[in-house]
Design a protein around this ligand. Structure first.
Ligand code: AMP
Ligand code: MN
Ligand code: MN
Ligand code: MN
Length: 279
């Protein structure tokens, strides 16, 4: 590999990953990652342990977060890289987003109850390493456990994706707030896994324009959710909008992820990688 093996987006038990922060860092190191960011959903709790483990191993580490945002009628994820995780507006903003998750979890459980699946809130909580961060991934693991579906992936197809019986609408942070919190904490804002959003080309352009106007700087071009064609398509958009390119596995655990830490596709070589601004 002629470039750094950077992995700038993954999860631990501080959100919906299945490995504790120290284990995520050790696994990344064992996989040959040179630069790692832990980016739990709406949560900074795992970062001190990850920083300490990375120091012990001599692995370069960037503190991060993945903020849930509502934009138009979609949920968009914005990754913050290199954030000061003691910065009060970021800490307070994320606490507010997490508080919204509690109400949403109760509504998801009520929807599942209506189709005859009871005890989902308690069931999901048993899978949560951090009770203040309940994710649909925790509900998915519970639904597999009770035999409602064969795999976490099938759960999303049948229950938890938009339009399915266990899905509820929810309003997350605004794009302005999310980018503002990240930048205020000294971080660099990156749009996560753009290939997952159901946005038209025109809407995607509006999103990237607005994101740039707010001071957002990066786009996840190479990630676990993108096939080769999508890597090329989002590379074109990174060039068009002058965005730095990020590379990320979005790893959630050995049994729960499309790809392992450090195994995302490589970035097209002409792009400016986001890590030129991080190291
Ligand atoms: P939430 O932020 O609570 O809405 O949960 C989103 C999380 O659910 C994502 O970060 C993934 O961990 C998981 N997820 C979403 N869609 C899928 C899918 N199709 N297959 C597997 N996991 C998914
Ligand atoms: Mn997740
Ligand atoms: Mn995400
Ligand atoms: Mn993620």
């Amino acid at each position: 590999m002629n470039v750094l093996n950077a992995d700038l987006h993954c999860h631990s038990t501080a959100s919906d990953g299945t490995l504790p922060p120290a284990s995520v860092v050790r696994r990344a190191h064992a996989n040959g990652v040179d630069l790692l960011a832990l980016t739990d959903h709406d949560e900074l709790l795992g970062l001190p342990e990850a920083v300490a483990t990375a120091e012990e191993l001599g692995l370069r580490f960037v503190p991060g977060v993945e903020v849930s945002v509502s934009w138009l009628d979609q949920t968009v994820h914005v990754v913050g890289l290199g954030v000061d995780y003691t910065h009060q507006p970021l800490v307070d903003g994320l606490a507010h987003v997490r508080a919204g998750r509690d109400g949403r979890a109760a509504r998801i459980a009520a929807e599942l109850e209506r189709i005859g699946i009871s005890g989902a809130l308690e069931g999901a909580l048993r899978y949560a390493g951090n009770p203040s961060l309940l994710s649909r991934a925790h509900f998915a693991r519970f639904l597999v456990e009770v035999g409602a579906a064969r795999s976490v992936h099938q759960v999303f197809d049948h229950y938890l994706a938009r339009g399915k019986p266990g899905y509820v609408e929810h309003v997350w942070a605004t794009l302005d707030d999310a980018v503002g919190w990240i930048r205020g904490a000294g971080g660099l804002a990156v749009i996560a896994h753009p290939g997952r959003y159901r946005l038209s080309h025109a809407e995607m352009d509006i999103l990237f324009d607005r994101f740039r106007d707010l001071g957002g700087e990066g786009l996840e071009v190479a990630c676990g959710a993108h096939d080769g064609g999508q890597v090329l398509a989002f590379a074109r958009l990174a060039r068009k909008f002058g965005l730095l390119a990020s590379r990320a596995s979005d790893f959630h655990g050995p049994e729960d992820s499309l790809i392992d830490l450090g195994r995302a596709p490589l970035l097209p070589p002409d792009l400016t990688p986001v890590w030129t601004r991080l190291v």
